[in-house]
Write a protein that binds this ligand. Structure first.
Ligand code: ZN
Length: 659
């Protein structure tokens, strides 16, 4: 592990302890082998003048909910050091009282709640203190002779503390063990089965000690021949049977969780290698890398050695038994797995959002690697499940997961939108994402993959008239998110005006291919996955031309009328599977690519209107915009339309020809 310290960067901050604290905290946060997603914490002690000019010793400690990788000065809670030190002398202290007393001792009531390790940081008599859950160090402690190995690696440079519950109990344990100790003899501290601390008089010393201590553990693993991570067999892309299995896994796990989930498949060689080990069922189910992970991953993953239904049921049963073995009146959390090992294929994370699933994937990746190392050292030995239970059901940990407010309506749903790079499709795609859906956005426009990227969205270039490409897009959706709940069948082509005697064969066929046949092919490939979806629905973007055609638009109107008839048949065929099929008929949505200002002016002129009159030429006299159409699509995808199928809803400001 390399130190990321850079004199030039740091010299701009010299003299400002908190700025340097922010800086090296971020350096730690940039290394996922040290801390992952909110793990670890750092602090600095500083003397500051208060309102009255009195000097006070303050501990700036990472606030709960902040991530080291992105922390700012505002992410550090300023707490009076003398109060924290006195708290360590108390024989006992419950969590609620601890949090209240710490908040009351803050010099800024608007700062975040201090990390649960604030008291521990306070009693370490060095200005800078860094704490991580370094993979290499924790992996070594998670072995049979873990403590002996740590002493073998570090001699007496480090304090070694046996596992106790984080928070007050840990601080109190360290306090009692170190009362008569000369701290200056030590460069840091290993918490068995949990993590490592380093400290120093300045930011650089504390940070670089951490890097050096962790590198020493990594070198030990290398010297013992434990470092390698054997890749799994190359099993190629998922076959259709595998895709069905993945979609069924998502369905079963979502049912156990009580809400739709998004999956993330890690099919990397390392994940495949781990999941394909003959002993995976034994070594993967002993416990997590560090107890901090249990709130994200539960104590152990599920193993997909059988049918998804049976695997999830067995996991849930095991979880309920674990809960009843250890509960002391708590309410049981849902029994659904957070990650699943799939022999031959890798690991599958499940989250309420794609981001959540990505976090679980990262933790799983580091856990698999650490288990591999520890196995090579003689065997992975995680904490007893009682200790894991205490952390999983610890109110201070559960508080970390609670976000404010109601989740967005479509959270956990997976949506596919065709023609997503512009106009109604793009507005619908963005609106579905804003409502919490994970999104697969298809378009023939090569920009689509730049428009939609990141954890919760994928843009895929796709010509919808190419059946193979559509099929690939559907399969990619399952690989990417594990299922499909919402299909917005929107891709279309507005054909130029041609009266019947001027119609070309090419124009006619092109319109039918895109505006009709491509939708039928999409349904064909989507239906098997929609059957496994949650409140599954197909929303078809047709046209006001269906109920109210115009002259010169035969190629367009006939295709859209056929599409509407296709939707009616689909509503009939799919109702028994609970799949809703509804149609919208937009009209005169001018903020789309088809309506350039030239076209708009020409058309307005043809009707003897100004452009503004032409835009609002409907009963309500309103302009219909893509975002209005997108809002209707979102409503149709959600609970408002849960009991509606086979409907055709105009969105045109009202037309006397339709009313
Ligand atoms: Zn920790």
């Amino acid at each position: 592990m390399e130190s990321l310290w850079n004199d030039a960067e740091a010299s701009a901050l010299s003299g400002d302890a908190l700025k340097l604290r922010v800086h090296t905290s971020r350096l730690l946060g940039r290394e996922p082998s040290l801390v992952l997603h909110g793990g670890g914490n750092t602090s600095v002690k500083s003397e500051v003048a208060n309102l009255f000019g009195d000097r006070e010793e303050i501990l700036y400690i990472k606030g709960s909910g902040w991530d080291l990788a992105t922390i700012e000065a505002a992410g550090f809670a300023p707490v009076k050091l003398d109060v924290l030190r006195r708290m360590a002398e108390l024989p006992s202290l419950d969590d609620t009282a601890m949090v209240r007393a710490q908040r009351a001792a803050m010099t800024d009531p608007g700062a975040p709640t201090p990390s649960v390790e604030a008291i521990l940081h306070a009693i370490i008599p060095f200005p800078f203190v860094d704490h991580t859950h370094a993979d290499a160090v924790v992996a070594v402690t998670n072995t049979d002779a873990g403590e002996d190995r740590i002493r073998e690696i570090y001699g007496d440079r480090l304090l070694v503390i046996p596992y106790v519950m984080p928070g007050f109990v840990l601080a109190r344990t360290v306090y009692q063990r170190t009362r008569d100790l000369d701290w200056s003899r030590f460069e840091g501290m290993v918490l068995l089965h949990h993590g490592i601390f380093s400290w120093g008089d300045d930011a650089r010393t504390s940070y670089e000690r951490m890097i050096e201590l962790v590198t020493t553990a990594e070198n030990y693993l290398k010297a013992k021949g434990a470092w390698a991570e054997p890749p799994g067999p190359d099993t190629g892309p998922l076959a259709s049977g595998d895709l069905g299995k993945l979609a069924r896994l998502r369905r079963e796990a979502s049912l156990a969780r009580g809400r739709p989930l998004v999956t993330r498949l890690d099919g990397s060689p390392a994940a495949r290698g781990f999941a394909s080990r003959p002993d995976v069922g034994v070594i993967a189910t002993r416990g997590p890398l560090t107890p901090d992970h249990v709130i994200r991953t539960k104590p152990v993953p599920a193993i997909l050695a059988e049918e998804p239904g049976a695997a999830v049921a067995a996991y849930a049963q095991g979880y309920r038994e674990y809960f009843s073995r250890h509960q002391r009146g708590q309410t049981r959390l849902d029994p659904a797995p957070r990650w699943v090992l799939w022999p031959g294929r890798g690991s599958v994370a499940l989250g309420v959002t794609a981001k959540d699933a990505a976090i679980v994937t990262d933790i799983a990746r580091h856990t698999m690697r650490a288990i591999g190392w520890a196995e090579a050292l003689g065997g992975w030995r995680a904490l007893p499940e009682k200790d894991l239970f205490d952390v999983e059901y610890w109110e201070l940990e559960q508080a970390k997961l609670k976000g404010g407010g109601t989740p967005p309506t479509l959270q956990g749903k997976v949506a596919l939108v065709t023609g997503a790079a512009s106009g109604i499709g793009r507005a619908a795609a963005e609106a579905l994402m804003a409502q919490g859906a994970a999104l697969m956005a298809l378009d023939i426009n090569p920009e689509v993959d730049k428009l939609f990227s990141g954890a919760g969205a994928t843009g895929l270039i796709c010509d919808v008239t190419d059946a193979q490409a559509l099929r690939y897009a559907l399969e990619s959706t399952i690989v990417r998110f594990g299922g499909l709940d919402i299909v917005v069948s929107n891709a279309g082509l507005f054909t130029p005006t041609r009266r019947l005697e001027e119609m070309t064969e090419d124009l006619w066929r092109k319109s039918l291919d895109i505006n009709l046949t491509s939708h039928q092919v999409l349904f064909k490939h989507a239906i098997p996955y929609l059957r496994l979806g949650f409140d599954p629905t197909i929303i078809i973007v047709a046209s006001k031309n269906v109920p109210a055609p115009g002259p010169g638009a035969a190629a367009y109107s006939v295709a859209k009328a056929g599409l509407t008839q296709l939707a009616r048949v689909a509503a009939l065929e799919l109702a028994a599977d609970g799949i809703r099929v509804n149609v919208i008929h937009p009209h005169a949505v001018f903020d789309t690519a088809a309506w350039t200002s030239d076209v708009l002016e020409a058309r307005a002129k043809a009707y003897g209107m100004t452009v503004d009159q032409y835009r609002r030429n409907n009963l309500l006299g309103v302009e219909v915009r893509t975002k209005d159409v997108a809002a209707l699509i979102c409503a149709m995808a959600g609970p408002a339309f849960a009991k509606t199928t086979g409907a055709q809803v105009p969105i045109d400001g009202g037309s006397e020809r339709v009313v």
